[in-house]
Design a protein around this ligand. Structure first.
Ligand code: PLP
Length: 410
């Protein structure tokens, strides 16, 4: 293993507990990741020493908080390869980042008959904003289908992209674990003059990513899946697009001047940050990316590849054909999100048995109902791995699943 997991685990207090007499095994990081002490410390320290509103006060602690807030923005922007912090807009989460694009860029640029191309593996966050726009504007939605091994079927990409104004695609599926190669998708979209939005909610916590190398126009990320707090996410977008886009929400902070007959907008990135932002959370997120940088995103990715291989092989050895795994078999094309189903047992029942063993996995449609319909199932159980997971967690999962199998007598 490329990471010293025992040493890392020491930083995550929540993982050191027992439930029902069992060690807590957290396998739900795709839903939300646990938080290391440095993140909690950064947030506590701010509130104990220099908390004030940002960009307003001229007194010392307000200036200190503003400096820390903007340093966090620089850290998050750099973490995803952004060169200009003004291109990183803080939002509430990835969902709001995508809605920002749909409301602002979408309403300014898309008209009836325009085409937005999605994929069948999108999270609802990257579907509903486009469906809302489709209902309002009469735009057409097209869907890139899946191959038999749960990857994007790009054989008809040229046809799907014909006349498209936007391709909105996830970098990593939160159900299948599939990692999509972004640069060729961007190249194909560019060839027809389409813009590209990448939902990097699942990729940013687990892979080294570089928005410049991707060449995309819009990238959405969310802090709580990458060791940061909930309540904050970000939209990264190219400066010229953000400058041309109308504001999203109106209020304080996003203005340069206001008169009775109108307003002018602030500079980037504040033009898109109406109201008091998530100050403490931004600083916690800054600490989270510092933590991830110290561990190293390549080391995290390598660790997860090895652990995912171990888990896929162990599941196959233990259950063979009795368990269906929904996702690519090859770890070159996937991350550590493992969705599975015993055809005879409901995913929720499996999760309940696992919960009695203090094993946390997610069960349900994972906010990807169109994908569930494509797969022909209502739900899966999903175990997702992160830097604090090790083979002992996977072994506990296998034992728990064997108990579930025995309990339901299949
Ligand atoms: C692929 C993907 N996109 C978007 C989201 C939405 O993230 P948030 O709820 O933080 O906005 C999630 C969260 O589960 C996700 O997995």
């Amino acid at each position: 293993m490329s990471l010293d997991v025992a040493r890392l685990r020491a930083d995550f207090p929540l993982l050191h507990q027992e439930r029902n007499g069992h060690r807590l095994v957290y396998l739900d990081s795709a839903s939300s990741a646990q938080k290391p002490r440095p993140v909690m410390r950064a947030m506590d320290e701010l509130m104990e020493t220099s908390y004030a509103n940002v960009h307003r006060g001229v007194y010392a602690i307000a200036e200190e908080t503003t400096a820390k807030f903007e340093a966090a923005r620089r850290a998050v922007a750099a973490f995803i390869g952004g060169h200009d912090p003004a291109e990183l807009i803080f939002t509430r989460n990835a969902t709001e980042a995508i809605n920002l694009v749909a409301y602002s860029w979408g309403r300014a640029n898309l008209v009836s008959g325009d085409v937005v191309v999605l994929t069948e593996m999108e999270h609802h966050a990257n579907i509903i904003p486009w469906q809302m726009l489709a209902a309002e504007r009469g735009i057409e939605l097209r869907w890139i289908p899946l191959t038999a091994d749960y990857r994007l079927d790009l054989s008809d990409l040229d046809v799907l992209l014909r006349g498209a104004k936007l391709l909105a695609v996830t970098a990593m599926s939160n159900v299948l674990g599939t990692v999509n190669e972004i640069p060729p998708l961007v190249a194909a979209a560019r060839a027809v003059g389409a813009h590209v939005l990448v939902d990097a909610s699942q990729a940013a916590p687990h892979l080294p990513i570089d928005v410049q190398e991707w060449g995309a126009d819009f990238v959405a990320i969310t802090a709580h899946k990458m060791l940061g707090p909930s309540g904050i996410g970000a939209l990264w977008a190219r400066r010229e697009l953000l400058e041309a886009m109308p504001p999203f929400l109106g209020g304080g902070e996003m203005i340069r001047d206001v008169r009775k007959d109108g307003f002018t907008t602030n500079d980037l990135p504040w033009k898109f940050e109406a109201g008091t932002p998530a100050i403490t959370e931004a600083i916690g997120w800054g600490a989270a990316v510092e933590y991830l940088n110290c561990v190293g995103m390549t080391a995290i990715h390598d660790h997860e590849v090895v652990l995912t291989r171990y888990a896929l092989d162990a599941l196959d050895a233990a259950f063979g054909d009795q368990l269906t795994i929904y996702g690519p078999a090859d770890t070159d094309h996937r991350g550590g999100v493992i969705s599975f189903l015993f055809p005879e047992i409901h995913a929720h029942d499996v999760s309940q048995v696992l919960d009695e063993e203090a094993i946390c996995v997610r069960a349900g449609h994972h906010c990807a109902k169109p994908l569930m319909r494509v797969l022909g199932i209502p739900a899966t159980s999903r175990a997702s791995l992160y830097l604090y997971n090790d083979t002992d967690d996977v072994d506990a999962l296998i034992e728990g699943l064997a108990k579930a199998q025995k309990f339901f007598a299949i």
